[in-house]
Design a protein around this ligand. Structure first.
Ligand SMILES: Cc1ncc(COP(=O)(O)O)c(C=O)c1O
Length: 392
């Protein structure tokens, strides 16, 4: 009898999806703090560019992206970071998710290992499994505000490690690796001859200091992945771009060609307008995310909950009681009227934490965090031991 591959059988179901699916069929009003999606509308000039492109007509275009968009993405990287990013090394993909998948497919054979952060965005694990790779993890620790410790990476690399995934600013923690940490990781990658797959999709949402792009430090050993999704509030348009080493351009382009042939010309025109047009909306959105982070931290601190400080993206990790079950807590909170993502959805390192997505309005944050802090007080942070509840 026909059967699907064993890999599909062990692909984990997303712990975020479980909460989303519950909320979608719930008729009660629920404050949505579980999903990482900007609540801003795509700027009008971007939408107009897409409409114009659709009117002009459609055709198949290059698998690596249109030359115009590749040049615009290269120029945008140069403008933001000040280093030389040749358009010939820029590849356009169906969102950043597709670039990450294509690089893993181009690099990983059965028996190879992909080293990912823990906690991490769940897709890295899924993609490594589908490529036949082994998933190894390095911890991000709450006591370091989840900022990656290069020593943990050094210890976790093995002779089988082909790809080291780095994600700064991070989903789910919002942590941002400082320049010295990025430099040390670059050095480790060079020494151990490992490719760094540096997921930099939140690079335009950094609140303090400047982001560092791994591709600027070790161009022969790093892929830096970017996206228009979060930067321009364009999640549904599905355009990402990456700066890859010269030697990886052709292999990744072949994978892109095999999986999507090419990207929609309409969304490429929209991304072109985003990258070349007025950048004011980017700063406006960044300021709004900073305000939301500050508000959430203030409300949580006032409630006596010490939260690691996110330096970027739009997430915060709320620590729960050490006897808590994050999934049960998230389900309980849906009943109370606020949805969050359990730390268990992101690996093994945050079983007693909830991720809040702060990509929503300050009113929603005020209301949602209010429900959360009331619940937290009543349950002592989701403690499972009833004696602890009774003691408070
Ligand atoms: C860390 C991280 N990388 C990549 C992506 C995917 O981005 P895109 O929408 O460009 O595929 C996301 C989306 O949530 C993300 O959080």
């Amino acid at each position: 009898m026909s059967h699907p591959t064993p890999a599909t059988g062990v692909l984990p179901h997303s712990g975020i999806r479980e909460i989303v699916d519950l909320v979608l069929v719930d008729s009660r009003p629920i404050v949505r703090l579980e999903i990482g999606e900007p609540d801003f509308a795509t700027p009008a000039h971007i939408v107009e560019a897409a409409v114009e492109s659709a009117r002009r007509g459609s055709s198949y275009v290059q698998a690596a992206g249109t030359p115009l968009l590749r040049s615009a993405a290269a120029a945008s990287i140069e403008r933001r970071y000040g280093f030389d990013a040749p358009a010939s090394r820029v590849l356009i993909s169906h969102g950043a998710v597709h670039a990450i998948d294509a690089v893993i497919r181009a690099m990983v054979s059965p028996g190879d290992a992909v080293l990912i952060p823990d906690p991490a965005w769940p897709n890295y694990e899924m993609q490594a499994i589908l490529a036949g790779g082994r998933v190894d993890r390095y911890p991000l620790r709450a006591e370091r505000d989840y900022i990656v410790d290069p020593g943990d990476i050094r210890r976790a690399i093995t002779p089988e490690t082909r790809v080291l995934v780095l994600n700064s600013p991070s989903n789910p923690t919002g942590s941002v690796a400082p320049p010295a940490v990025m430099a040390e990781i670059a050095e480790i990658a060079r020494e151990r001859d490992v490719l760094v797959l540096s997921d930099e999709v939140y690079d335009e949402i950094v609140f303090e200091g400047e982001p560092v792009s791994m591709a600027s430090l070790i161009p022969e050993h790093a892929v830096s992945v970017f996206s228009v999704s979060k930067t321009y509030a364009m999640t549904g348009w599905r355009v990402g771009y990456s700066l890859v080493p010269e030697w990886l351009v052709d292999p990744v382009t072949r994978v892109l060609e095999s999986s999507v042939a090419c990207l929609s010309t309409v969304t490429q025109a929209a991304a072109l307008a985003a990258l070349t047009g007025d950048q004011t909306p980017v700063a406006t959105m960044r300021n709004a995310y900073r305000e939301r982070r500050d508000l959430a931290l203030q409300l949580l601190t006032e409630a006596g909950i010490a939260v690691p400080r996110p330096g970027g993206a739009f997430y915060a990790m709320v620590p729960l009681h050490e006897t808590s079950d994050a999934r049960a807590s998230a389900l309980d909170l849906v009943e109370r009227g606020v949805s969050t993502a359990p730390g268990t959805a992101f690996g093994f390192q945050a079983p007693h934490a909830l991720r809040l997505s702060l990509a929503t309005s300050t009113d929603a944050i005020r209301q949602g965090v209010g429900i959360l802090t009331d619940w937290y007080r009543e349950t002592s942070g989701g403690a499972r031991d009833l004696a602890i509840h009774a003691a408070h």
